[in-house]
Design a protein. Sequence first.
Length: 646
Amino acid sequence: MKPGLIVFFRTTVLLLSLISSGSPALAMDKDTENKAKQIWQMLDYVAVDYSGAVKNGQVISDDEYAEMLEFSQTAERQIRDLPETTAKAKLAQDAGGLRKFIADKASVDLVAEQARGLASALLAAYPIPLAPAKTPDLKHGSRLYQAQCASCHGVQGKADGPLAAVLNPPPIAFADRERASERSVFSLYQTTTRGVEGTAMLSFATLSEDDRWSLAFFASTLAYTDDDRQLGEKFWKSDKSLHAAVPEISALTQASEAALARQVGPDAARGVLSYLRSHPEALAGTRSDPLSLAKTRLRESLAAVEKGDNTRASALAISAYLDGFEPVEPRLAVKNHALFENIERTMGIYRASINEDNVEKARNAEQQLQSFLSQAQDTLSAAESDPVTAFLSALTILLREGLEALLIVIAMIAFLKKADRRDALPYVHAGWMSALAAGGATWAIATYLVDVSGASREITEGFAAIFAAIVLLTVGIWMHQKSLAGRWQAYVKQKLTHALNKRSLSVLFVLSFVTVYREVFETILFFAALWTERNGFYLFAGLVTGIVILAVIAVAMLYTTARLPIAKFFGASSALIAVLSVVLIGKGVAALQEAGLLDVTPVSMPRIDLLGLYPSQQTLIAQMIVVLVIALGFAFNIRSQKPEKV
């Protein structure tokens, strides 16, 4: 490995770091997260309380109106101070629009819609945790409320506590049905956490996060009656379509009654939220259906398309694919591969229609996807307890994700053995073993600490694949050049011994780590999505079988390469590495498309994951460029080859 490759490697890592830092899907620093939370809280406050400031184009409360103006101006200014992302300019533009609506005393519905749309787009661009780490304890929340809140807000949330009369502005009445219909649990959690500046509502950040969620959930129930909850329980248990509207606890924390009513009707919205907020274990105790989430995100995306908000529509479409459909891909591909391909293709068409600003095309694609996803739900529901499906899904995932990494690592090991540089093998082994350990840490973090979003996963995989492809392309051309040289044993002994210095050995470690971690990262998250109490044994059996098959392939490759003459070995290895670079560049570009960093222009052709072939112009162009570089590199090697002096 030459020093030039080291420079190239460092430059690549720097470029990837710069690109990644601009991506909205990557983890934010704590300061940015806090700013995003504060902006969201102000927008939510405007959406809920603007009705108390303006009515029919007239100011009905000077103090409330002044507060609305202040909050809208502050939100706009703070959005402009956030780190750069592709969505920031649109967010700032929409914030300016909200400020102008308030200055013009626009209708309550228009301001609320603009504020909520901006708040949702903010969360898509700067993701923050939206759900409790564990199921809230409402009995504990009730005790906290009576101890901390009842003196102002009243025992029953009617703003009639003993201190209420002396407070200006007065405390919020949680039992007020009209205002409660606009409020989400997350907004209550944010208010509890940060307080409200200029009011007697102080921050309760000294309480634990679990306590604040329990308190917020309890406060959210005060506008509902026992009859509401009983009716909601009947709705929830009898109408499964409602599960698609609130598929998981993060959806519950963000849902307001007014917004949900536009989707499922006012009675169902009121009943379902009253029941689920009082019994969040009804969601936390069951495994959410990713396909229901995909269908919900698509409906929300289409609504954004029809409003002309293509930035939000695109973010929701990406979430529908990554967070809703991708977790079930392996199972669906095993049970109904044609349906799997139809959904993949139509998802691409839908995202392309948003980029083209073609509303009619988007409607047609969304309608098709809803039908396909319903078919997928039926297919997977029937296969939920099928041991063969679980086994084949696990086996397919491991072989699909592991084969590329295995081929690259084995090629590196075989190369070092041929070069009689066994002293360098520990660097390669340390790389792939570290990747396995990092994969285990990723699983622990994704399970117990943070939610690794689909976009973050695809960005990680995409950049890792592109980095590996570029390094392999360079190595492949170099190995082809050496395969043409004569007197190989002398070359190896006299030159290669000095070619692998400490810097190039570190590249071996990094390439081994990046290649394996990319595959381990996706494999672990796929297995976590597939696991249930009923199929755990069969998933494990598929995993073990896949490991055995990969081990047999590894032994066979090492045995075969050991018997090849070194010139033929370099020639065969350069061809293998060239092919893998084409495969990886296709997969890398496809991953960045799925994360929304690159556009998708669909083409009519089959999808072949094993070869990195995907039906889009962008992936094919990237692969053709790599093929062209390989052809030019190999041709240059042949034309310029002269016998080496040894």
